[in-house]
Design a protein around this ligand. Structure first.
Ligand SMILES: [Zn+2]
Length: 143
């Protein structure tokens, strides 16, 4: 239910864990162990005496993102595009020569900077999708 906002929080560099395994007491245990803030849409969570949590009221990811950024006082900026949106791993720079066989030829010929996720092997490059994301953040009123 929060999958989309999780990806957006990673886009702006936030360390966010997400997954099917994070339910019920498993969620509470994991949050305690890693000192994380829980984002939840489950009103029953309160009864389980959880560590700090934020109840996400809206069904819409833009509202959700705005709520988290405001209530956590996040300042999207420097951390932007430093984390894999799929698995949360911090990205590493990768030289152009090493991605020649991995990325589409057009991307290779037009891009200079690449980074990659050592966990899921995805290669990232700034380009139109960065632009679109920045535009999206501006639409929401961030950045
Ligand atoms: Zn990854």
């Amino acid at each position: 239910m929060l999958g989309r906002v999780v990806k957006w929080l990673r886009v702006i560099g936030q360390d966010v864990t997400y997954g099917q395994h994070l339910t019920g007491y498993g969620l509470i245990r994991a949050a305690r162990a890693e000192s994380r803030l829980i984002l939840t849409r489950d009103r029953r969570l309160k009864q389980k005496q959880p560590p700090p949590f934020m109840f996400i009221a809206s069904d819409h990811y833009r509202e959700q993102l705005r709520q988290v950024i405001q209530e956590c006082g996040l300042k999207p900026g420097d951390g932007m595009f430093t984390r894999c949106v799929e698995c949360n791993t911090v990205l590493q720079p990768r030289s152009k020569e090493t991605v020649e066989k991995i990325v589409p030829p057009y991307v290779f010929s037009t891009q200079e900077k690449f980074s990659w996720c050592a966990q899921c092997q995805r290669v990232y490059w700034p380009a139109t999708h960065h632009e679109k994301m920045l535009e999206e953040l501006r639409t929401i009123g961030i950045g």
